[in-house]
Ligand binder design. Structure first.
Ligand SMILES: Cc1ncc(COP(=O)(O)O)c(C=O)c1O
Length: 450
């Protein structure tokens, strides 16, 4: 709270927004990026122009809360600059910094020491000469937390998800995947095989029916089942034990993406796998360092050294992209040490208190909060137009949080994705919930005016 910044006066924000609504033809509230994904015509640049014109209208009317710039560290309070140059200072629920480790003295000291020893650059991919001694140590330490010893690192979490699937699965193989799984998993699946079978979100019965049908029809090829430990737009989790048992029974492998829960949930930081008593029992665990471990980077872990070696050569983002730099490796190692320590447990405790306070205060205001307690708190806003205005109102009232709209989620189920961190106090979380409620009410009035 030491660096809490003063939010702008809500009255001024409301007047500006009402004035804007009065002069606008509403184009900024219509349409979505999906409209510009597939356009006819030969001119590729013209297609980008059409999207750009739509996005710029939104920027001018203050309802394009993307590509924001952070003015300092991603703390509990922060300052963000929008594309139109407007600066908003306030409570920060828009950063992925779950245990608030980005400025931890031990983490910064580790980065400094690595920089002095190695410089700042990684000099090749992990398949060639991009690793340092610490890379191997990080693989082992992460393997110990996951109880899944064969760990391969990737330059980003996205690269790990995409690379693991594309690296393992061939055209004749099959993928059974939760319909709401992260973009990197769906993109990896699409790149790997046309045989993609979507199962309804969290619906393990549906996954079972698909597994049975695919195995019956094709006894000769592989099946990869893909899910997440904490879904990034809904904050919910599947029954992983059942999925793993089903995968085994049908000669398939299961991969679980633990990007959001590893380190931030579970008494020992083992995430959803620890909560479900499954550490060490899942075929493939994939994750990211960018949410809890204060660095870019990702990993794939298994029990099989052959899978690790295979992916080193067949997962293109590993083979053909430079490795995590030594500084990033040192940062992740320092964070991992903290995650596994008493201090890590204490930080997870603080984080959970803030999560529960936020969810409780929002629910008490009659606002729908999705999923289970996790660092992601998805707040249902509803129609995209209302959500765009509500998000603008929140920023002007001193709450920074990310808008998620169609096509990232289904049409007119836009939401605010609030991401909580250990440095958020319950009091601060309750203040944020109050701003959400007020902004939503103002947005309702403004959308009915326009
Ligand atoms: C579930 C999930 N998997 C993978 C990723 C990709 O991770 P990164 O941002 O570290 O590339 C993300 C990040 O958005 C995610 O939410």
């Amino acid at each position: 709270m030491d660096d809490l910044l003063e939010p702008a006066a809500p009255e001024a924000a409301t007047m500006a927004a009402a004035g804007d609504a009065a002069t606008s033809d509403g184009a900024e509230l219509r349409g979505s990026s999906f409209d510009y994904l597939t356009q006819p015509g030969t001119d590729l640049a013209a297609k980008a122009q059409a999207f750009h014109a739509w996005a710029q209208t939104r920027v001018r009317r203050g309802v394009f809360p993307y590509a924001k710039r952070l003015g300092g560290r991603p703390g509990a309070t922060a300052e963000l600059t929008l594309l139109d140059g407007q600066r908003h200072a306030g409570l920060n629920f828009s950063s992925q910094e779950y245990l608030s480790l980005a400025r931890h003295p031990q983490v910064c000291a580790a980065a400094q020491a690595a920089m002095e020893r190695y410089g700042v650059h990684s000099a090749g991919s992990t398949a060639l000469a991009g690793n340092v001694e610490e890379t191997v140590a990080l693989e082992q330490e992460l393997g110990a937390l996951l109880r899944t010893p064969e760990v391969l690192l990737f330059p980003t979490g996205w690269a790990a998800g995409f690379g693991a699937i594309k690296g393992l699965v061939r055209e004749s193989d099959h993928i059974i995947i939760d319909q709401l799984a992260h973009n990197c998993l769906h993109e990896g699946a699409r790149a790997a095989t046309p045989n993609i079978h979507l199962h309804r979100h969290l619906d393990v019965d549906h996954a079972e029916r698909l597994l049975k049908r695919v195995r019956q029809r094709d006894p000769h090829n592989g099946i990869l089942v893909v899910t997440e430990g904490c879904f990034s737009m809904d904050a919910d989790a599947p029954d992983i034990a059942r999925l793993q048992a089903l995968a085994r029974a049908h000669g398939a492998l299961l991969m679980v993406d633990v990007a959001h829960d590893l380190g931030s949930l579970g008494a020992g930081g083992g995430g959803q796998l620890e909560l479900q008593g499954l550490l060490g029992q899942v075929d493939l665990v994939m994750g990211s360092f960018s949410k809890t471990f204060a660095s870019n980077g990702g990993f794939v872990a298994s029990h099989d050294p052959a899978i690790k070696e295979y992916l080193r050569f067949y997962a293109a983002p590993n083979t053909f992209s430079n490795a995590l730099s030594p500084v990033q490796v040192a940062v992740v190692r320092a964070c991992l040490k903290l995650v596994r320590s008493e201090e890590g447990a204490q930080r997870r405790g603080q984080l959970m208190q803030a999560i529960l306070a936020l969810r409780g205060a929002l629910t008490a205001q009659g606002i729908t909060v999705l999923g289970q307690p996790s660092p992601i708190v998805p707040v249902m806003l509803g129609p995209d137009a209302l959500a765009r205005i509500a998000c603008r109102e929140m920023a002007q009232a001193g709450l920074l949080a990310n808008l998620v709209e169609y096509p990232a989620v289904s049409l007119n189920s836009a939401r605010l994705r609030m991401q909580v961190m250990a440095d958020h106090t319950p009091a601060l979380a309750r203040t944020a919930a109050g701003i959400v409620a007020e902004s939503l009410s103002r947005a309702r009035v403004l959308t009915s005016l326009s």
